[in-house]
Write a protein that binds this ligand. Sequence first.
Ligand SMILES: Nc1ncnc2c1ncn2[C@@H]1O[C@H](COP(=O)(O)OP(=O)(O)OP(=O)(O)O)[C@@H](O)[C@H]1O
Ligand SMILES: [Mg+2]
Length: 416
Amino acid sequence: MNISEAPPSAVLVVEPMGNAGPFLAAAAARLGLSLHAATHRAVHAAYPPALAGALAGVCLTDLADPPRALDETEAYCRRHRIRAVAACWELFTPLAARLAARLGAPGNDPLLARAARNKADMAAAFRTAGVPAPRGAVVADAGQALRATESGSLGRPLVVKPVEQGGSWGVSVVEDPADLPAAVAAATRFETAEPHGLPLDSRVLLQSYVPGPEYSTETVVADGVAYALPVVAKDTTAGRHRVETGHTCPAELSPELTLAVQHTAARAALAVGVRNGVAHTELKIPPGTGRPVVIETGARLPGDNICELVEAATGIDEAEAYLRAVTGRPPRTRPTRHRAAAIRFLLPEHAGTLAEVAVPEVPGTRSELYLRPGDTVPEPADSSARVGHVAARAATAAQARRLAALAVHGTRLKVT
Ligand SMILES: Nc1ncnc2c1ncn2[C@@H]1O[C@H](COP(=O)(O)OP(=O)(O)OP(=O)(O)O)[C@@H](O)[C@H]1O
Ligand SMILES: [Mg+2]
């Protein structure tokens, strides 16, 4: 950006229909930015009214055809004098980086951008940059997977995951090598990502298992300078499928470990080419090491209402920080309060039909249901099985966790 120019007054969001979309829309309004969306006609027709109403314009294109989408979004931005691009959907972060480069707008390194979407490229980028990450191997089928694990160098258990996917879909923790073919089949079952029909790399990543508690944190990067955001504790189910059960902010780590998590996450973000944008990074800390290991990063805001948790706990508006970075403004990342917030997801015990769901009123909590009685509930193997959530705000993380747990444990959830 030419420094004599005024900061951009409009931003194009490549598919705002994710969990962070409403937070981006609210932040754009506060910054006085007009918000435009790039999406598909049918996807736009299904936008919630609040999101559709927040848009100054829509670029209807085919995001499943990246060269065409790049040309059409570039033409749209030039027509509307838009000089800022944000991504909201992990699989379109490379497109956002390429579009920003074409427009000369602040964005991420287009040559590295695929590493923020594709876990095989991500593992290579982490290796190049020396970012602590699990050992791994990329395979195409069960035969290759069995051969790759023969030497035992990846250890046990083993994590099997699609190289391109999210929401823990197709991720399994495999204890017994006999279960490997089924895990590979589960990870290769995604040919396209809906609702856009984007073709996916169907290869599979085998990773050594990293023990210990899990955390996530965002890093906002402006002109290549990384700014750390609060650390959030992530809870998942144990066992074969690691389904997120909740998040808590702050993470209640020591100041030293908090810094280590933030520093390692910033290294991961920079390693996958985040230069003007945001990254959501997940890390685990193996017991007794004090050294965080990166599970994955994405060049996008977090999902799971984490933007809301971080704002409630610290006053930091992550969506605004992201928009400031992509419009050439320094991000605001200082906490303005020291409170706590937690979210817990309502998960069924098994697949079936939702017969009943009733969440008790607990002061300090708010609940939201995604499904209604009569709806089909999938097996609780990934985030698609969520029936709803409970969010809690309190003075401390322990209190916020307790309040959310109280509401979840008091919930009547019947699946037949
Ligand atoms: N190598 C690993 N060691 C230990 N646990 C892992 C490993 N890889 C993944 N997991 C567990 O599985 C979860 C999902 O894996 P991952 O984040 O790679 O997939 P994802 O589909 O992108 O997930 P999501 O979108 O839910 O964050 C992780 O949050 C973590 O709990
Ligand atoms: Mg993940």
